[in-house]
Ligand binder design. Sequence first.
Ligand SMILES: [Zn+2]
Length: 151
Amino acid sequence: MTTLAASKNSIYICKIIKLRRNAWLLANGPCKKCSSWERLEIDHINPKTKNRKEARYSKLWKLKELRRNIELAKCQVLCYNCHNEKSRKEKEERIKYDDVIVLEVFNLKTKGLTQKKISEKLGISQQLISLWIQGKSRKKFFNNLMVPNIS
Ligand SMILES: [Zn+2]
């Protein structure tokens, strides 16, 4: 392909991507939370179901229709503001969940379980458990937990 043809082709692909995205937003809008039609975005209803490779903007709209629809079936339309708000809450939830797991690791450790046993029980890599126990990634959290209660 000549350079001119290649650049024409990439402009064409850009247009296709925009057309497909806009058509989907139009068909699935407005924002599910506030009914706005402004700055609409695509949100994975449950972020855990997201196929991180295929869900990327550049990839998603280039996918063949069937594969694209599999990914889009997990999505809803949100406006920029509602999307931001939802992502913020999801992040908070993830942090809370992490704390619960870290606490459980600590509890099992004080019960005398080996890192291998804890790893098997919780389905977390031994490496991560070891990091947590050594307090490299969660130093503050563990310091708080391990302050002895002297009364
Ligand atoms: Zn909204």
